[in-house]
Write a protein that binds this ligand. Structure first.
Ligand SMILES: Nc1ncnc2c1ncn2[C@@H]1O[C@H](COP(=O)(O)OP(=O)(O)OP(=O)(O)O)[C@@H](O)[C@H]1O
Length: 390
């Protein structure tokens, strides 16, 4: 029996190519941007460069100023002070329609009484684009996003994922230089969220547009971004690639928000150079001396260090081995949780009463399982232990 492998029709490839040609990303720069709502400081003195053609996620908890930042870029909120550039152009005085950005909203904001085709057409009609061009552009974007067969349906006759794609089509059809996405995946269930996340990333790579997305979900930011901007109380705490933020958080807030890090607060007692930079000693109440790597820190200052829960070793030893390259402490297992690929083990440090988390692959755990209630030693290399200045 032979199987016909269906090639996409040549017209489809032409349309994709045509759309690729008509889209391009611009960089976005914020210079000392501040936003006040009366006495509320929503965004405080933000300076940020988002490269053209990159995927940037603004990540942070509720109320940290992510949406306000996105809305200022779109022009839906006036800036209290500072400057905003899209490409080389200072856009502070420009209304949203003149900025060549498009927004995808959390709720999709589709018109319920209009068909998919009319929803996608709406922005072009408002811009008074000629009918012939509108037909061509709407058909093109619907086809590229796999929505042509749904063109005559109303939004209520679509799944959540399809509605999301219509919202994207409606934004892309206007050929923006910057696409702004406000929690675009939050209305989808977990499986669809992961699938749609991959589609968004592919789309951004294919069309090399600038995507700026607001999210409070760390996994979403890690999987999508070229650049993550971690925000806390109206300010930027850290900007970097997902890998740099995951491996080297600069603050307790980032360490807590972006991963299962164990954090220890204390006082700096000593700083000495080694091959990896500086080794900093912290005196941690109840635990004694912990050593970590970081920049120079002044003895006497309050600071902290963190260790990722998957970078520790768990051993059944009453007395921690003395090794100057490792930190160690003793703790008792309080809970073992099987979560699939990973097993999470919570332990209580008896000296302080604090909880500490250890994570390991389930296959490794099953070769050496320990029991709740057992007294253990946790060790970790000082090179994996990160200094946090604030
Ligand atoms: N129109 C407004 N009037 C007054 N205060 C506002 C207004 N919009 C936002 N704020 C305040 O500004 C701060 C930042 O809000 P923003 O919506 O930007 O945060 P967010 O990080 O996007 O939060 P969320 O994830 O909950 O949307 C919050 O303290 C919020 O209450």
């Amino acid at each position: 029996m032979t199987t016909d492998i269906q090639q996409p029709p040549a017209e489809f490839a032409d349309r994709v190519h045509h759309l690729e040609e008509s889209l391009h990303g611009e960089g976005v720069s914020l210079r000392s941007v501040t936003k006040h709502y009366g006495s509320v400081v929503a965004v405080e003195n933000i300076t940020l460069d988002i490269p053209a053609g990159s995927y940037c996620c603004l990540l942070g908890p509720s109320g940290c100023g992510k949406t306000t930042t996105l809305r200022m870029i779109a022009g839906h909120e006036a800036i209290t002070s500072g400057d905003l550039y899209i490409g080389d152009q200072r856009v502070n005085p420009l209304p949203p329609a003149k900025r060549n950005t498009a927004m995808v909203f959390q709720s999709y904001a589709l018109f319920p009484h209009k068909t998919v085709w009319d929803n996608v057409d709406f922005g072009l009609k408002m811009r008074k684009v000629a009918l012939r061009d509108r037909i061509e552009r709407v058909d093109e974007v619907l086809e590229v996003l796999g929505l042509s067969h749904l063109a005559k349906r109303k939004p209520s006759m679509l799944s959540g994922g399809q509605q999301q794609r219509v919202a994207l089509a409606r934004a892309l059809v206007t050929r923006p230089n910057v696409l702004l996405l406000d929690e675009p995946l939050s209305a989808l269930d977990e499986n669809l969220r992961v699938k749609t996340r991959g589609e968004l990333r592919k789309l951004q790579r294919q069309f090399k547009m600038t995507f700026i997305q607001v999210t409070h979900a760390q996994d979403e930011a890690f999987s999508l971004s070229d650049q993550i901007v971690v925000m806390d109380r109206g300010r930027i705490d850290q900007v970097g690639t997902p890998q740099s933020i995951f491996n080297a958080p600069v603050s307790q807030f980032v360490a807590r928000f972006t991963g299962d890090n164990n954090i220890f607060s204390g006082t700096v007692t000593r700083t000495e150079p080694n091959t990896h930079g500086q080794i900093i000693e912290l005196e941690v109440p109840g635990l004694g001396t912990l050593r970590c790597r970081g920049e120079y820190a002044q003895p006497g200052t309050s600071a902290a260090c963190c260790i990722r829960s998957d970078r520790m070793q768990l051993q059944l030893e009453a007395t921690p081995p003395a090794n100057p390259s490792y930190n160690s402490l003793t703790a008792r297992i309080s809970l073992v949780e099987f979560t699939g690929y990973v097993t999470r083990v919570s332990l209580i440090i008896e000296a302080t009463g604090e909880e500490i988390l250890y994570k390991t692959q389930t296959t490794d755990w099953l070769t050496h399982p320990f029991q709740e209630g057992q007294q253990m030693t946790l060790c970790w290399s000082i090179n994996d232990c990160i200094f946090l200045s604030h």
